[in-house]
Ligand binder design. Structure first.
Ligand code: FES
Ligand SMILES: [Fe+2]
Length: 376
């Protein structure tokens, strides 16, 4: 798990104006709430007085109020009021909690969980066709699954599981020479043209128009965003975006945005949603039983083949973020749970000191956690 990326915190719909919302990501708790203008904010959930959970509090005048002794925090994380002080006394300067940059998009509230300055931050993935009338966005699907998010991400970019895990899709065979492995600054993936062979039975979904050639691609953006584009025929494309929130080392919440460029009428929503879900459920059934739960820390404990190349490239990107010192020391975090209140460091920490909560332990930047890539 990594700091310094954008993570989904909750849906826009869940975030009411009247009450704070609790969310868990990267093994830590956060509170999300709306201020008096309706703008969303995400703070560390731990009150710096004596550890109350802000998400169990209430909203007063656009501030979140701790349920224990009533300290009030604004969206910037600064305490505005300590009721037990004499009237007119200001809250102590250290009375502040981490506040994270927020973007509300695609019906999701995202927070940048890290301390990088704005110009250095990896961007939130931009779905360019999101507001395009030529596309229909289906209802947001939320899934909570019992597997580590990096296992789920690896499955997303894995081109060799489809015919086994999703046999109803037929056995699309890649057209030789068409497979490419595109890369961006923040991710990598695999694209290709496929011809359909074998037992193609998917017309029952009403989703396909008898393609002879299928154009499919899948990428990761950062450690936790997965993009899949499938074009069945001209003007017949499905785009799927999975924004994944690692709840902890074993569980993941997925915010699944899906769009299509065909059958734009709402009457097709349910059937297409079901088809999307069916494929996802097939993946989850495999992922929840992988051993070990998390990817082994050394590649000698697996046998990787050339077909695993996109998975290896994903791990190479993780390795790069390890080298920058962005990887959480999950074992230390878990071991100290109960004795230490941790927070993901927010951008303000690089501007001012004097913070009450400990920053979450990170793996040392120089330490590589995975052996260098090799196949076989
Ligand atoms: S613990 Fe939050 S106000 Fe006391
Ligand atoms: Fe799959």
């Amino acid at each position: 798990m990594y700091i310094n990326f954008w993570y989904p915190i909750c849906t826009s719909e869940e975030l009411k104006a009247t009450e704070p919302m609790r969310s868990q990501v990267l093994g830590l708790r956060f509170v999300a709430f709306r201020d008096a203008d309706g703008d969303p904010h995400v703070l560390s959930d731990t009150c710096v007085h004596r550890g109350g959970s802000l998400s169990k509090g209430k909203i007063v005048d656009g501030h979140v109020v701790c349920p224990y002794h009533g300290w009030r925090y604004a969206g910037d994380g600064k305490c505005q009021l300590v009721p037990s002080l004499k009237a007119g006394d200001k809250p102590p300067a250290r009375a502040k909690v981490d506040s994270y940059p927020v973007q509300e998009k695609y019906g999701i509230v995202f927070a940048f969980l890290g301390d990088l300055a704005e110009e250095k931050r990896p961007p939130l993935y931009e779905i360019e066709e999101y507001e395009d009338p030529a596309w229909r966005t289906n209802e947001l699907i939320i899934l909570e699954i019992g597997c580590f998010y990096e296992r789920s991400m690896e499955n997303g970019v894995d081109p060799i599981h489809n015919e086994f895990v999703h046999p109803i899709q037929g056995s699309p065979q890649p057209i030789p020479g068409s497979i490419e492995y595109p890369e961006t600054e923040w991710g990598s993936g695999v694209t290709g043209l496929y011809t359909e062979q074998g037992t193609k039975t998917t017309d029952a979904d009403g989703m396909r128009s008898d393609p002879t050639v299928l154009n499919a691609g899948t990428w990761h953006h950062g450690p936790n965003t997965l993009i899949t584009w499938i074009t069945f025929a001209k003007n017949t494309s499905l785009h799927q975006y999975l924004f994944e929130a690692p709840l902890d080392g074993d569980r993941t919440k997925i915010y699944f945005v899906n769009l299509r460029s065909f059958r734009l009428e709402s009457e097709h929503d349910d059937r297409i949603r079901e088809a999307n879900l069916r494929v996802t459920v097939e993946d989850i059934a495999i992922l929840e039983d992988l051993t070990p739960t998390r990817t082994p820390e050394t590649r000698t404990r697996e046998i990787l083949t050339p077909g695993d190349k996109p998975v290896v490239r994903y791990r190479d990107f993780l390795e790069d973020w390890n080298a920058r010192g962005w990887r959480l020391d999950w074992k230390a975090t878990r071991e100290n749970h109960g004795d230490v209140a941790y927070a993901i460091p927010c951008p303000d920490r690089s501007k001012s000191g004097n913070w009450v909560l400990d920053p979450v332990p990170l793996k040392p930047a120089a330490l590589k956690s995975v052996d260098s890539a090799h196949f076989g």
